[in-house]
Design a protein. Structure first.
Length: 481
C-alpha cells in the first residue's frame, strides 16, 4: 500500500489542512495511507509528498465534496488542539462524509465524533481561560504599551487574539507565549514566534492598585474553595497578581463573616449630587481644539454618555482645508476614542486614496460624539441617534468648525446634513450638491460609507461606491489651491 506525507504548517491552520485534505480526496487516498506531519516535523517513514498522488489522477474528474459549516467550524477548533492524532482524525471524518456517511456529525456516540467533540471542548476551555487570566503589564519607559505572558495548553493565540484586539483597541499591547506571540499596534495584529517569560515585565505599579481593589470586593460569605479552584485552576495562578492575597483572604474569611453578622445595619447613605454639566465653551473661551476636546469629554447634555465608553471627538490638522462630518462613532470608535477607524472608516480610507485625498490632511468628526447602540447578547448594534442627541452635540460641531475654518465641509449622511443645514433639509434632494452654511462655508452632502457596506456584494454595492467616490472627487477639485 502506497503511503504519502501531508505536512501542515502552521499546524493549526485550517487553510493548510483543507488544501492537503482536498488533494487526498481528489486522489482517492484513504486515511490509513497518509502520514500527517506538523510544521517542520521530520517523517519517520520518508514517504513522498501527498501532492504527488495527483500525478495519476485528473482533478477535474474527481467529484466535488461540499461540507457543512458545522464541519468547518469543528475542524478549525480541533486543529488548535495539540493532540498529534487530530489531523488524521479530521481527515477520517471527512473521508467518511465523502463516502456515504454525510450525517456522521449528527451521531454524538460515534467514536470519531466523540473524540473530535472532546478536543473541541478542551480548546474552547483553554480559550476561555486565556480571556479570563491574561494580565497586561505596562512596558517601562513607554507610553500606553503593555505586555502579557501566558502559557496556553493549545495553539489558541491566533484564535483568541481578535478578542483582545476588540477589547483593547485603544492601546498597544503584546501577548507572549512559549510557542507564539501576537502584537496589536492599534490598527492590525502581527504574529510571531514564541518568547521567554523574562521577555515580559514581572510587575508594574498598577498591580498594587488592583490587589487593593480585589481585596475590597472579596466577599468572604460567598467563599467556596472548591469552586474557586475549578474556575481558577492553580496552574494559572502564576499569571495573577491577586493570588498573593488569597491565603490571607481565605484564612480570615470565617472571622470576617462573623463580623459582618455582628455589625449593626446602617441607613442608606444619601445620594451624592451629580456634578454640574459643563456648558460648551464659546470659541473665545475654548482657546484650542485640545481644550475643546477636554471639555467635550465631560459632556452630559444627553443620555448617550452613560452607556458609551468615552466621547469620540474630532481629529486632524487645526487648519485643515477639508472637514468630514459623519453621523456618530461606532463600536470600534467608541473603544478606541478615534473617529472613522471601524469598517466604515476603512472603506472611507480606500475611497480617499482613489479620490486622491490624503486622510492626514482632513479634519474628521461626527455630528454626535457618543455611540448609541442596542445590546444583542454580547454584540453592540448601531442605533441611529435621535434629533435631541444631534441638537445636544451641535454646539460642539459648531465650535470645531469655528476653530478649523475649513474651505469645504463634507456631510456624510442625512444626520450630518441635518445637523449643519437644519432639520428641514431633504437629503434625497440635496445629495451631491453644494450648499452654503450660515457663515458662507461651502458644504457638499453625500452618502455615508456605512450605507455602502449595507448594500451587500454585487452591482448595488459597486454603484453605491461610485456615488461616494464621484462626490469625493468633486471635493478634491473644489479644495485645490
Amino acid at each position: 500500500m502506497q503511503r504519502w506525507t501531508a505536512r501542515i504548517d502552521p499546524p493549526w491552520s485550517l487553510d493548510a489542512w483543507r488544501a492537503a485534505a482536498r488533494i487526498g480526496l481528489t486522489a482517492g487516498v484513504a486515511p490509513e495511507q497518509i502520514d500527517w506531519l506538523e510544521g517542520r516535523e521530520a517523517s519517520l517513514l520518508d514517504a513522498p509528498d501527498l501532492a504527488g498522488a495527483l500525478s495519476s489522477h485528473d482533478p477535474a474528474a474527481a467529484p466535488v465534496l461540499r461540507v457543512s459549516k458545522a464541519f468547518l467550524e469543528l475542524a478549525a477548533t480541533v486543529l488548535c488542539h495539540r493532540d498529534a492524532q487530530r489531523l488524521p482524525l479530521l481527515y477520517r471524518i471527512l473521508w467518511r462524509i465523502g463516502h456515504g456517511q454525510r450525517e456522521v456529525l449528527s451521531n454524538p456516540t460515534d467514536a470519531d465524533v466523540l473524540r473530535a467533540n472532546a478536543l473541541t471542548q478542551a480548546v474552547r476551555r483553554d480559550s476561555h481561560k486565556m480571556k479570563a487570566f491574561v494580565r497586561f503589564r505596562e512596558v517601562p519607559g513607554e507610553d500606553d504599551a503593555f505586555i502579557a505572558w501566558f502559557e496556553p495548553d493549545h495553539h489558541i493565540v491566533d484564535r483568541v487574539a481578535p478578542f483582545f484586539a476588540r477589547r483593547f483597541a485603544g492601546m498597544r499591547w503584546a501577548i507572549l507565549t512559549p510557542s507564539r506571540s501576537v502584537h496589536w499596534d492599534g490598527t492590525a495584529l502581527h504574529f510571531g514566534g514564541g518568547a521567554k517569560r523574562s521577555d515580559a515585565p514581572a510587575d508594574d505599579s498598577r498591580e498594587d492598585l488592583w490587589r487593593t481593589y480585589y481585596a475590597s470586593i472579596f466577599n468572604p460569605a460567598r467563599l467556596n474553595e472548591r469552586m474557586m479552584r475549578q474556575e481558577m485552576p492553580v496552574k494559572y495562578w502564576k499569571h495573577l497578581p491577586e493570588v498573593s492575597l488569597l491565603p490571607t483572604l481565605v484564612r480570615d474569611a470565617s472571622t470576617r463573616v462573623e463580623e459582618m453578622h455582628a455589625r449593626q445595619a446602617q441607613e442608606p447613605q444619601r445620594r451624592i449630587p451629580q456634578a454640574p454639566v459643563p456648558l460648551p465653551p464659546t470659541p473665545a473661551e475654548a482657546g484650542s481644539l485640545d481644550t475643546l476636546r477636554a471639555r467635550a469629554a465631560a459632556c452630559r447634555q444627553c443620555p448617550l454618555w452613560e452607556p458609551a465608553t468615552q466621547t469620540v471627538f474630532g481629529e486632524g490638522p487645526a487648519r485643515a482645508r477639508i472637514m468630514l462630518v459623519g453621523e456618530q462613532p461606532g463600536d470600534r470608535e467608541d473603544l478606541s476614542g478615534r473617529p472613522f477607524v471601524g469598517p466604515a472608516g476603512q472603506l472611507l480610507d480606500q475611497l480617499l486614496v482613489e479620490a486622491g485625498i490624503e486622510r492626514s490632511a482632513l479634519y474628521l468628526t461626527n455630528a454626535v460624539k457618543h455611540f448609541r447602540f442596542q445590546r444583542r447578547g454580547k454584540v453592540r448594534v448601531h442605533q441611529r441617534p435621535d434629533r435631541e442627541h444631534v441638537q445636544a452635540c451641535r454646539s460642539w460641531v459648531a465650535a470645531e468648525i469655528e476653530h478649523v475654518r475649513p474651505d469645504v465641509i463634507v456631510c456624510l449622511g442625512a444626520t450630518a446634513a441635518s445637523a449643519l443645514l437644519g432639520s428641514a433639509f431633504r437629503f434625497s434632494q440635496g445629495r451631491g450638491q453644494w450648499h452654503a452654511l450660515h457663515d458662507g462655508t461651502r458644504a457638499l452632502v453625500t452618502v455615508h460609507p456605512s450605507w455602502i457596506l449595507r448594500q451587500g456584494d454585487g452591482p448595488a454595492r459597486e454603484a453605491a461606491y461610485q456615488v461616494l467616490l464621484e462626490d469625493l472627487r468633486k471635493v478634491k477639485d473644489a479644495s485645490a489651491p
